[in-house]
Ligand binder design. Structure first.
Ligand code: GAP
Length: 446
């Protein structure tokens, strides 16, 4: 079967539990602190997960900083507590929390069906629910030895504020001119009321955010540009176009800082959900930091000889959520195998090397090929079990290519290269493995 195209129906992911189990079994994602029974909604990335995550970040970082108008930043997670007063998070970063008096379940009121809310009914058991209480999502801790109100600091709920408070530092040191952007990848924390759906909504996660500073009045055009660029980025990672859409925030949905917002949504097995947000944040944040810090956060336009507080267009993607989308979108199940159709540039391993049998002459040849290929491509050598089993093990973790070294290799220095998606095999000169891999990775189409 390995030489033929897949026959019969090919299924996509229908149930998240299949993916959760694959991720655990193959080393993508483990439940956190599992030896202690785990901790709700916390996950650890295993050997494959950490590689995929690095590749996601690399793809994002390149898309952002392989241009002359965007600079990078890595700000601290803990910031001056006034930052969060200025940003509006202390006052307004809340979700309406309701409890069921009968079954004690806890919900976000805005996620319950409106008819049930009107009747004050629990969606789980039909019992009576409490009136909503506004629950702030920021994690609080204390800096230093004293646990009093003067020592309270927050774990940042978004990375964006680190960018705003460094606006002047970056502007002056990089000598950028408006329009320009600042990109940052880092952890963010939210004490979510209803985390879940695997790594979709967790309390600790990574964001990939970029704030683009523009002249007031140029914000709407820039917003349109970034909406399009970000949508294209997800497509460039191989996500199926029919699974992505843009959703515009209605007036009542807008965050406290936004004049306009679009979500890029993905159709998960549990429905259409946000993957990335693009926001027109106006001059809200810089203005508030001016007020609260007393420091000028203006820009002087040397050409127009005018001063202004720039407007900001923000692109904000979840790194974990992007990784989840990639895995969900890549999942395929056929009659005899499961494979992850990951874009080869993102796959943890680019190639599997398989000596046909565990014989010294084949192993030696494999070692020589490995020493060469691994310089350019992350390579996994597997010599255990039948060749079909080895192909399927690599298929299941998304390795796009497999190279088999057999007895013909020893005599004519050719190897078989197998394609994960089509299972087609081709015999090529061993000396051309790297060149062929490079060509195939570059020309891969979803
Ligand atoms: N700075 C703007 C901001 O944080 P957001 O829409 O609240 O906007 C942006 O978050 C992205 O961060 C989301 O689209 C999502 O990908 C990710 N994200 C937010 N909360 C998350 C959570 N609890 N778990 C995982 N990812 C999350």
């Amino acid at each position: 079967m390995d030489q033929q195209a897949e026959t019969g129906a090919i299924k996509n992911l229908e149930d998240m539990s299949e993916l959760v189990s694959l991720c655990k079994r193959r080393g993508y994602v483990f439940p956190s602190s599992e030896v202690y029974g785990g901790i709700n909604a916390c996950w650890d990335y295993g050997p494959l997960g950490v590689e995929l995550k690095r590749n996601v970040k690399e793809s994002w970082w390149r898309a952002m900083t392989d241009r002359t108008d965007i600079e990078g930043l890595d700000a601290a997670i803990m910031m001056h507590p006034k930052v969060w007063q200025a940003s509006g998070h202390v006052e307004g970063f809340t979700d309406p929390l309701v409890d069921c008096k009968k079954c004690k379940s806890r919900f976000r009121e805005d996620q319950i069906d409106a008819a049930l809310v009107a009747q004050k009914k629990c969606p789980s058991c039909g019992g009576e629910i409490t009136a909503p209480r506004q629950f702030n999502l920021m994690f609080k801790t204390f800096m230093g030895p004293l646990e009093d109100s003067a020592a309270v600091v927050y774990l940042r709920p978004e990375t964006a504020q680190g960018i705003y408070v460094n606006f002047q530092n970056v502007l002056q040191t990089s000598r950028q001119r408006i329009p320009f952007g600042i990109a940052q990848i880092g952890k963010a924390f939210r004490n979510e009321i209803t985390p879940g759906n695997f790594i979709f909504r967790t309390r600790e996660f990574e964001q990939m955010e970029m704030q683009y500073f523009v002249k007031p009045g140029a914000d709407e055009a820039s917003f349109e540009t970034w909406k399009e660029l970000r949508f294209q980025w997800h497509l460039s990672n191989g996500i199926r176009p029919e699974k992505l859409r843009l959703h515009q925030h209605a007036e009542g949905e807008l965050a406290h800082y936004a004049k306009a917002a679009f979500d890029i949504q993905y159709e998960f097995p549990f429905g259409w959900q946000e993957l990335e947000g693009i926001h027109n944040r106006t001059d809200f944040d810089l203005k508030r930091h001016e007020q609260f810090s007393g420091k000028k956060l203006e820009y002087f336009d040397e050409v127009g000889k005018e001063r202004y507080i720039p407007y900001v267009v923000e692109t904000s993607a979840g790194c974990d959520r992007t990784l989840l989308v990639l895995l969900v979108d890549a999942y395929r199940a056929g009659a005899d195998r499961v494979w992850l159709k990951l874009h080869p540039k993102l796959a943890p391993y680019k190639v599997g090397l398989f000596p046909l049998m565990k014989k010294p002459e084949l192993m030696e040849y494999t070692d020589r090929v490995f020493a060469d290929v691994r310089k350019q491509f992350r390579t996994f050598v597997d010599e255990a079990g039948s060749i079909g089993k080895r192909y399927r093990r690599q298929d299941e973790i998304g390795t796009p290519y497999g190279v088999t070294i057999d007895y013909d290799t020893l005599s004519n220095h050719t190897v078989t290269i197998r394609d994960r998606d089509t299972m087609a095999q081709e015999r090529i000169p061993a000396e051309k493995i790297c060149q062929v891999l490079q060509e195939r990775i570059e020309s891969w189409k979803p």
